[in-house]
Ligand binder design. Structure first.
Ligand code: V47
Length: 353
């Protein structure tokens, strides 16, 4: 059966089908992705009111794509104190944020408690604040650095009040590409195992994919298939987030940025291939707000949040350093023909705007 026939019949696609999807015409692909989006979410587009905090950029690992890490290209090292982090949370909570999304570099100088105790402090002062923190890459770093198992770090996260795990650190699972772009940090299998442990603890997480650098279309489909397999087992992923590679200030000499067409195809293919992950997030910080709005018609049903401050992608050229205002986000979604729905961090609906 060919891929169009399978799409018409609503059958699950395999790896070869996934690769063939890229050869379809963009609008034909968009038609099927949008149909699946509408079956699950109608015209709703989710967003949340959140704050990103990146407490330190000092990193023991060297990822070729990263412009944020202070170890090589970025001479401005920093590590925030807990007081500074709590000040940020205090100010942001006045703006109505409901989630702090905390991701750090892999700093070997701070001690384990610096990473964990701040979650307890945030929860103590803001019991209703959702703490989304520690990527699988950070968990693996902490386990190696402090001679603890992944299970033990996860236990400590749960004790410290972490509510959910962000999807960072997945990059591209194919081992040859991974070796080129981030050899040395969490392996693909370890990334998947850590999320499995987290899901088995009854918690939810997200999954990302960094694309538009040295990977091929086949590598992207392989990445999605590995996530789909794990999701069949655990059901713990809320959202899949294709991160568009930002080309500035890093060691991967990627001259040509992805075309809008290739980005939209990738969102659409993610929606079609990942039939068991409910939300496809067009993270506007990497796609640009304008393309994220168009992506709503190509399978995406979530645009992440207001962010307030963003340091990782903006270091590599993205226009996301300052976040967006809630009202303008809402207006943009409405004006593009969709219904903005504010959600919490695990996709309970809070308010139709
Ligand atoms: O894993 C690093 C990426 C990620 C670049 O879970 C880059 O809701 C593009 O994971 N160009 C961290 N991306 C951010 C992340 C994330 C973001 C938003 C929402 C969620 C979520 C998770 O940033 C890293 C890495 O793949 N990154 N450098 C770059 N040059």
């Amino acid at each position: 059966m060919d891929v169009l026939e399978k799409l018409e019949k609503g059958e699950r696609l395999n790896f070869d089908d996934g690769v063939k999807l890229y050869d379809l015409d963009l609008f034909q692909l968009g038609y099927y992705a949008n149909k699946m989006r509408e079956e699950k979410h109608q015209k709703k587009t989710y967003f949340n009111i959140n704050r990103h905090i990146n407490p330190t950029n000092i990193c023991k690992d060297v990822c070729q794509f990263c412009a944020y890490s202070a170890s090589r290209k970025n001479p401005n090292q920093y590590a925030m104190t807990h007081e500074e982090i709590l000040d940020v949370v205090a100010n942001s909570s006045k703006n109505g944020i409901k989630e702090v999304h905390i991701v750090s570099a892999h700093n070997p100088d701070t001690g384990l408690e610096w990473y964990l105790d701040v979650f307890r402090k945030i929860k103590f002062s803001y019991p209703n604040m959702h703490v989304k923190a520690l990527t699988a890459a950070e968990i693996h770093f902490l386990s190696e650095e402090y001679n603890l198992s992944h299970e033990q770090i996860i236990e400590k996260m749960l004790e410290s009040g972490v509510d959910s795990m962000p999807g960072g650190g997945a990059e591209i699972f194919d081992e040859t590409v991974r070796k080129k772009i981030c050899g040395g940090k969490v392996s693909s299998q370890q990334w998947l195992d850590i999320h499995k442990l987290w899901h088995n603890a009854g918690r939810q997480s997200n999954a990302t994919m960094l694309f538009g650098h040295v990977e091929s279309r086949e590598h992207r489909i392989d990445h999605m298939m590995r996530l789909r397999d794990l999701q069949d087992e655990t059901g713990g992923f809320n959202a899949f987030i294709p991160l568009v590679f930002q080309t500035q200030n890093n060691y991967l000499k990627v001259k040509e940025a992805l075309t809008g067409q290739e980005i939209l195809k990738t969102y659409a293919i993610a929606r079609i291939m990942l039939d068991n992950i409910p939300n496809i997030k067009a993270y506007w910080a990497t796609s640009t707000v304008k393309l994220a709005l168009i992506a709503q018609e190509f399978g995406a049903n979530d645009l992440d949040g207001t962010i307030e401050k963003e340091s990782i992608q903006s270091a590599a050229g993205a226009a996301s350093a300052k976040g967006v205002q809630v009202q303008s986000f809402v207006d943009l979604i409405k004006n593009s023909g969709f219904n903005p729905v504010e959600r919490d961090s695990v996709y309970n609906e809070l308010k139709a705007w």
